[in-house]
Design a protein around this ligand. Sequence first.
Ligand SMILES: C[S@@+](CC[C@H](N)C(=O)[O-])C[C@H]1O[C@@H](n2cnc3c(N)ncnc32)[C@H](O)[C@@H]1O
Length: 353
Amino acid sequence: FLARSNVARIGISKLSAVAEGSTTSKYDDLRSWFTENDGTISNNISIRKSTLSGYGYGCFADEELAEGELLFRIPRAATVNLDDCLNDEDCGASFRALQGKAGPGSDTVLIAGYLAKEWLLIQEYDKQNDSERLQTIKFEKYLRTLPWKRGLCSQEHVIFWKDADVESLLKGSLAYSDAQDIRDQTKLATKVLNAIIGPVIQKVRGGYSSEEVGFRFPWQNDPEEESGSIVEGLEDAVKGAFVICLSRAFVTPRVTEDGELEDEERLEPVFDILQHSEDPNIRRECTDDGTVAITAGRYIAKGEELFSQYKSEGEIPYHKFFTRFGFVPGVTEPVANLVAERSTIFFPQRQEV
Ligand SMILES: C[S@@+](CC[C@H](N)C(=O)[O-])C[C@H]1O[C@@H](n2cnc3c(N)ncnc32)[C@H](O)[C@@H]1O
C-alpha cells in the first residue's frame, strides 16, 4: 500500500509546469498553416486553455452555434497519415521495408517514427537558425503544438513514467500489464527507429557524410547501433511521438484509389485539440475521400467549450482509457492518488472471504 506522501515524493501527483513558449502565436500559426492546407476552422471558434483546469488546451464557441453548423473540415492532405511516412524523402524506403516486416501496430510505429524524425529535425534546424530548412517540414506548425514532454499541454502518460514508478504504483493494478505492453512496444520501436531515423539526424548534426546515409534495410544496421547507442534525444522524441499517437490519433475510414474501404490511423490537426466528454456536443462525419467534417451536434451557446468523445465507457474500461489517453474521464484527482488509494478503477474489488 502506498501512502499519499510516497506519491508526492516520487513526483507523479503533480505535473511540473513545462515552459511552452508563446502559446497564442503557436496556435495562430497552426490556424494559418491549417487554412493554407485547405483545412477549415470556423471563425466562431477559438483555441485556449480548457475549462477542465490543468488539462491543457481546448476549443470554444465564440458565438452561438446552430445545430449542424460546420466547425471544422479536414481534408486528408492536412492529416498526418501513412502516405506521409511511406513517401518521406529521408526515410520512406526504410519505412516501407519496415511496414512489410512489422505486424499489427506497425502503422503506429511508422507514424511515430515519422513524427519523431521531423521533430528532431525541427529542433536541429532551430538550433542552427535554419529557417529555410524549417519550411521543408510540412507539419512544423502542428508539431510545435504537441505534447512532446510530460507536462507540456499538461500531458500525462505512462510512457513518460520511470520504470520504478510503474512498478511501485501500478504493479498489481488492472493497468499494469497494459502499461507494460505500451512501454515495451515504445522501447522496441525506439531501437528499430534509431536505425532508420538516427542516421538522418546525425547527418544534419554534421556527424555523417552524405554518402553514408543511403538506403538501408532495417536489418542491415551496424551492430553497434542495434546494441543500443541511441542517438541523443531520439528516445524522448519517440516516447513523445507514441504519446501523441495514442492520445490523439483517429481511425478514419476512406475509400482507397483501388476502391477498397480501409480504416486508416492518422492525426487530424486542429480538431484534435478538442477535449473528451462522455456527453459530446459535436458530430464527426467522414466522406469517401478521407475528408472529415465536424459540425455542432446541438445548439452550442457562446463561450461553451467543444467536446468530442474519444471512446465510450462501453468500448474501453477506465484503466485502459488511462494507459491510452493519460487520464480518467471525469476524475480531477491526480491518477497517482487514485492508484495510491487503490481506487476500484485500477484495482479489482477485494473478494469477500
Ligand atoms: C486529443 S488531446 C486534447 C488536446 C490537449 N488538451 C492539448 O492541450 O493539446 C488529448 C489530451 O487532452 C487531455 N484531455 C482531454 N480530455 C480530457 C478530459 N476530459 N479530462 C482530462 N484530460 C483531458 C489529456 O491529456 C489527453 O491526453
